[in-house]
Design a protein around this ligand. Structure first.
Ligand code: NAD
Length: 475
């Protein structure tokens, strides 16, 4: 287990003596402490990235590509160890943690393939006077700030394309779950990533850390994943230096079940969309709109499936939902549930916190929720599913889009044309049509509206970490 800072390829303590306690949310116990990075450490990491980046950018794409592929293999070879770290500091079930490592590693394999295919262009100016050459150099040094809910994948989804394109990075992993990030950086160096390209500096003072790093003259880009609230603050600060930004922010996904849907398939999809990774995903289905003809059947069957969920430590392989990240998360989820119940929602299953050690909440389905209830407006981030019945299709679409968020949406119907028409009308960057999962390294991940700017993954992802340069040429 690594618990120091990685700066310039060297593991070291912070410039002051601070330590950050990492808690196991299933037991409330301290797992270990990691070095607490200061603003001076953030600056040292930016200096190290600046020093390493020039040589890396000049390294042949094929060589960079092969190092990325070796990173994929190394992470896959360490799946069990990395998954155990995720379970320890995040709490998600072991099967989800292993799935996260497969997904996280895949960004290296995918981007190894993209690294040797970064396109350029040549054309003749309309006047015929010269040629237009366009190419895509790396941006330089990239700051990455990542959340706790995917301690591995939210880093590699950025890191692999950034390295592939020829950049160096400084990562601020989440305070709650820094251990996975530190061990991944360690393994990447083992896999051949030159020292100084990947710097990891956890901190308990994220505001001061970020202020120091963002003002470093070598930093040219911010890639952030986290809440919309924090994203707005960092965007404002990045504007001071006119940084390129990619922002992957919060969600509030509608999950729509039409009368003609296969209800059993919809319930299965709802369980995936709601419950994976302890119900703490940005793509989580947040509001379930069920058409009147199937609303009761869907609610009853969904509640029965939720009643089968086993909560507990992710290390118990029979557990299908782990703890929430901390006690505050439990309080927030419970506040939303109790206010929905007070406003008239029925409890089909669950409805309260679990007493005792750990940060557990009962898998909960609420029936007859009103679209105006605060639970429909908030990003729930817990195992709670409010079902909102509907009769009028137009009104349902209006309600589905009645949010500043636009990350994901889900549609269930047997009529594919209706499903596609509805998908087009949902204001979200990603739609699951008769599917409860959308994430794929080969697909563009990102949100509309206040769910974000830019895309990760797919062919687009690597270009986010590139500049565009045009050379007007006469020959
Ligand atoms: P968060 O916004 O609280 O924190 C994200 C990161 O920002 C953490 O590393 C945190 O320490 C850091 N941070 C917080 N305040 C900061 C500041 N003032 N300066 C610099 N850094 C600061 O989010 P979270 O609670 O870690 O994660 C959950 C949120 O992330 C949810 O809203 C979820 O939807 C979102 N998320 C989005 C995606 C996506 O791809 N769109 C993926 C995963 C999570």
């Amino acid at each position: 287990m690594r618990n120091e800072l990685l700066i310039g390829g060297v593991w070291r303590q912070g410039s002051e003596d601070g330590r950050i306690a990492v808690l196991d949310p299933a037991t409330d116990e301290v797992v270990t402490e990691v070095a607490d990075g200061t603003p001076a450490d953030a600056i040292a990491a930016c200096d190290a990235a600046e020093a390493a980046q020039v040589k890396w950018a000049a390294t042949a794409p094929r060589v960079r590509s092969e190092i990325l592929r070796s990173c994929w293999q190394t992470l896959v070879d360490h799946t069990d160890e990395l998954a155990s770290l995720i379970v320890r500091e995040h709490g998600k079930p072991m099967a989800d943690a292993k799935g996260e490592i497969t997904y996280a590693a895949e960004f290296f394999r995918w981007n190894a393939e993209e690294t040797v295919r970064i396109r350029g262009e040549i054309g003749t100016a309309p006047s015929g006077a010269n040629k237009i050459i366009v190419h895509h150099p790396p941006v330089g040094v990239v700051l990455m700030v990542t959340p706790w809910n995917f301690p591995a994948a939210m880093i590699t989804r950025k890191l692999a394309p950034a390295l592939g394109a020829g950049n160096a990075v400084v990562i601020k992993p989440p305070r709650e779950a820094p251990l996975t990030a530190l061990r991944i950086a360690d393994l990447l160096q083992e896999a051949g990533v030159p020292g100084g390209l990947v710097n990891v500096v956890p901190t308990s003072t994220s505001g001061a850390w970020f202020d120091a790093a963002v003002d470093h003259r070598a930093v040219r880009m911010l890639s952030f994943t986290g809440s919309t609230e924090v994203g707005r603050v960092l965007l404002r600060r990045a504007a001071d230096r006119v940084l390129k930004t990619v922002m992957e922010l919060g969600g509030n996904a509608p999950f729509i079940v039409f009368d003609d849907a296969d209800v059993d398939a919809a319930v299965q999809g709802a369980m995936v969309a709601k419950m994976r990774h302890s119900a703490e995903t940005c793509t989580a289905a947040n509001r379930f709109y069920a058409e009147a003809g199937v609303a009761d059947e869907f609610t009853t069957k969904f509640a029965a499936a939720m009643a089968e969920v086993k909560i507990g430590s992710g290390f118990d392989e029979t557990v299908t939902c782990g703890p929430l990240i901390n006690k505050k998360a439990v309080d927030d989820v419970d506040g939303l549930v109790q206010s929905a119940i007070s406003a008239g929602a029925s409890v089909a299953v669950g409805g309260s916190r679990v007493a005792g050690a750990g940060c557990f909440y009962q898998p909960t389905v609420l029936g007859n929720v009103s679209h105006d209830s605060p639970i429909a407006a908030a990003e729930i981030f817990g195992p709670v599913a409010p079902v909102i019945p509907f009769t009028d299709h137009e009104e349902m679409i209006r309600q589905a889009n009645d949010t500043e968020m636009g990350l994901t949406g889900y549609v269930y119907t047997r009529d594919l044309a209706k499903g596609l028409r509805t998908s087009e009308r949902i204001q979200a960057g990603m739609i699951g049509l008769n599917r409860g999962a959308v994430s794929d390294p080969a697909a563009p991940f990102g949100g509309m509206k206040q769910s974000g700017l830019g895309r990760e993954g797919s062919g687009e992802g690597i270009y986010e970490f590139c500049e565009t340069q045009y050379i007007a040429t006469s020959w």
